[in-house]
Design a protein around this ligand. Sequence first.
Ligand SMILES: Nc1ncnc2c1ncn2[C@@H]1O[C@H](COP(=O)(O)OP(=O)(O)OP(=O)(O)O)[C@@H](O)[C@H]1O
Length: 272
Amino acid sequence: MRTIEQPVGTHLAMEVHDLRKVFRKREGLRGKIREEWALKGVSFDVREGETYALLGPNGSGKSTLIRILSTLLLPDGGEVRMLGLRLPQDETKLRRLLGRVSVDAAFYKKLSARENLLYAAQLYGLEPRATETKAMEILERLGIESRRFGDPLEEMSRGMQQKIAITRALLINPPLLLLDEPTTGLDPKSRRDVQGFLEDLRAREGTTILLTTHDMAEAERLSDRIGFLAGGLLVAEGTAEALKAQAGTEDLEGAFIALTGEDMAKDEEETV
Ligand SMILES: Nc1ncnc2c1ncn2[C@@H]1O[C@H](COP(=O)(O)OP(=O)(O)OP(=O)(O)O)[C@@H](O)[C@H]1O
């Protein structure tokens, strides 16, 4: 059982109400336009200092939700308030407060980790020397040796690139961190490094974290509360213990199957 040094606050860092998103796809070249609701009215809150995990199989709407919250995609309905600010009205202010990490993190692959991070620092108006010290410190805590700092991104493993993406997101000390599948596809050591780092971050800085994952053990280890997302709906939410009790199962996977009617084991094999 982990110890939580920073208590979960009573204030809400994030309020999502009835969030909806539809994608329109044409079937074939001259086919009919088909509507696909990726989010069908999702509501949940995340308290200050809380880590909340959204668990869901492929296509359940996790990335769509994180992209909307990251200001990269406009919703078709619903309301979002984060850190007391609203989307889309306060989008510009929010961008400076949110740390976002996803598998599609954009980097200059031919440039080194150091150059990429300094470039990001420049965009944020951060002082280069202080940024470099801070980046080295974060990378070391994430288990990357400082001698790799000058290597081009394209020569780094996926795990290392993910760690650089996390470092970049943390340069601005974000009070709210949005992580889309932060450990999917990582080797076991990198996965442990990233998970340990996130636990540490939450304990030391009190950062509020919203993450998506396929991994039951990860959700259980890292989060205070878990939301089960299936078919664009938040089917159930609560602590891991509460979800198991609600479903009458011994483990979280059983609870997921019982409450959503979906089995994620197949997805995990495909994406890990
Ligand atoms: N840009 C897009 N255009 C059309 N349809 C999309 C787009 N993005 C997502 N979708 C559809 O919306 C639904 C939800 O997708 P989303 O990527 O949010 O799921 P996910 O839970 O993140 O899945 P995964 O775990 O595979 O990343 C899917 O049916 C997907 O096909």
